[in-house]
Design a binder for this molecule. Structure first.
Ligand code: NAP
Length: 483
């Protein structure tokens, strides 16, 4: 069951890396789902491109298998898949070679939106941008979509921005952060900016602190070599957690338009204070029994890369002066859970004799595994037992009120790809945002490298190193449970 949608105009989408993991797991099943919903029509054309030699039939076979493996169970109808496969083509191309481009050019129809999805390693972005131009396939209607990681530090991000800017204008570049495509993340903006209730309380005077947690149960998997050069700070904090932080902390934009929103996010990043080393805890999951530890997983017994990081940061502006933001992310933790929690201060005067901090309003925005929004409110426990207080969650997902409207919420990738086709950049990172984020993270990383900091071991299935718990205890606070 898919929700009502307005079809997008016919378009050509070329997926470079169309045989890769991301294309098979997310992009193609997502496009199939939008096709079933009627948003992508039979006039659209999707062209896979990679070095592997195969023809259209071979590619369609591969995509059918990908939809079977990664698509939703309700999307497996054969007729629907057959119809979707009809709009697929495949062209063998090496991003670093000159063959295949004319064949690709023949597939790209003049006058339509052309989107080029760079679902390949970042080392190929420049080659692709250059060849799209030299072979005359890129024009005013072209858009490019680039995946993370966008650079490894400020210098490399600047170089990458400069390379892309040689061939495309900023309004043609869509830097994906799939966290921004989540329904709840956008709902957070609606809740903040379309209601009068929250905004007056959304500041240091009423908010005690904010926690952002992205916990996963998996380890580095087959990405060990890449991950070990990156670590949790570069892989997660610099992009996903900072983007969430921006949406929580930004000022209301004057309009909901891409540059107005991104200007406000940029101001947040630029207002971030350098992080005190005492407010950073890095960890590595340790081996236990048969289960390999981080160092075994990446094949380096002396690796100093973190698979976990917790840090406290501050935003120096009028709204947030004095309110700590605690960020935490790690692998092989207790549960897969992503949550933003806005923890409000105690009521100024306790008339029911409750202890400080015992009952607090907490707005919790859950992004994974299920999306949702809850507001903990304190009420009287029903019954004759006197004035006893309890906290109950007010479910702001409003599943009952919205009924089937929310049964089929598009996956983040589906939404973001449709935004690319519609030409809406609001949920994509601008070049200056990415650079500002690196400008904040680089000195933190350089700091621990200079200090020779060694990550603390933590047990698989735990909530991270003990020191991360202590960091909050020292502040008289507690991490939210990872569940
Ligand atoms: P992958 O599984 O290794 O796929 C890479 C793709 O690029 C394959 O289709 C490969 O096909 C193609 N390719 C490699 N070299 C090429 C060349 N010289 N010319 C043309 N095509 C080439 O990687 P992935 O996991 O899909 O990731 C793709 C990008 O998305 C990476 O930047 C990654 O960091 C990012 N990303 C991935 C995920 C994810 O969940 N997988 C999540 C976030 C971001 P051939 O070998 O046939 O050429």
């Amino acid at each position: 069951m898919v929700s009502r949608v307005i079809p997008v105009e016919p378009f050509d989408l070329v997926i470079f890396g169309g045989t890769g993991d991301l294309a098979r797991r997310k992009i193609l099943p997502g496009l199939h789902r939008r096709f079933l919903a009627g948003q992508v029509t039979a006039e659209a054309r999707i062209i896979g491109a990679a070095r592997s030699q195969m023809d259209d039939a071979g590619y369609r076979k591969m995509v059918r298998a990908a939809i079977h493996e990664f698509g939703a169970p309700e999307d497996q109808d054969k007729a629907g898949i057959d119809a979707f496969l009809e709009i697929l083509r495949y062209v063998p191309i090496d991003a670093r070679g000159e063959n295949g481009w004319q064949e690709l050019a023949a597939h790209v129809r003049p006058g339509l939106v052309h989107a080029y999805y760079f679902s390949v390693g970042p080392g190929l972005f420049g080659d692709l941008a250059e060849r799209l131009h030299s072979h005359g396939i890129a024009d005013e209607n072209s858009r490019i979509v680039v995946e993370k990681p966008f650079g490894h530090d400020l210098e490399s991000a600047r170089a990458l921005n400069a390379t892309l800017a040689e061939h495309f204008r900023e309004c043609q570049i869509y830097r994906i952060d799939h966290y921004l495509g989540k329904e709840t993340v956008q709902n957070l903006m609606a809740v903040r900016f379309a209601n009068i209730l929250f905004e007056p309380l959304w500041n240091a005077q009423y908010v005690d602190h904010i926690q952002i947690t992205v916990a996963v149960t998996v380890g580095v998997g087959g990405r060990g070599a890449y991950y070990d050069k990156s670590g949790a700070m570069r892989d997660m904090v610099q992009n996903h957690l900072m983007q969430l932080l921006c949406l929580i902390a930004m000022e209301p934009p004057s309009r909901f338009d891409p540059d107005a929103v991104r200007d406000e996010k940029l101001k947040v990043i630029r207002a971030l204070e350098p992080v005190d080393p005492h407010h950073i805890v890095r960890g590595q999951y340790a081996a236990s029994g048969e289960e390999p530890g981080y160092r075994e997983d990446v094949g380096d017994p002396r690796s100093l890369t973190e698979s976990f990081i917790a840090l406290r940061c501050h935003i120096s502006n009028w709204r947030w002066a004095g309110t700590p933001f605690y960020l935490r992310t790690g692998k092989k933790l207790k549960a897969r859970s992503s949550e933003i929690a806005v923890v409000f201060k105690d009521a100024p005067h306790a008339i029911f004799g409750q202890d400080a901090g015992q009952h607090r309003n907490i707005l919790s925005i859950q992004l994974q595994p299920n999306e949702g929004m809850m507001l903990d409110v304190t009420i009287k426990e029903p019954g004759p037992g006197g004035m006893r207080l309890i906290d109950v969650p007010l479910d702001m997902t409003f599943a009952e009120a919205l009924g089937e409207e929310i049964e089929d919420v598009p996956d983040a990738y589906e939404r973001l790809i449709m935004d690319v086709i519609r030409g809406n950049q609001t949920l994509f990172m601008r070049g200056d945002e990415v650079e500002a984020a690196w400008a904040w993270t680089d000195p933190i990383i350089e700091g621990w490298e200079a200090r020779g900091d060694v990550p603390k071991p933590y047990d698989v299935g735990s909530t991270g190193p003990e020191d991360a718990l202590m960091m909050l205890h020292r502040d008289g606070r507690r991490w939210r449970e990872i569940k």
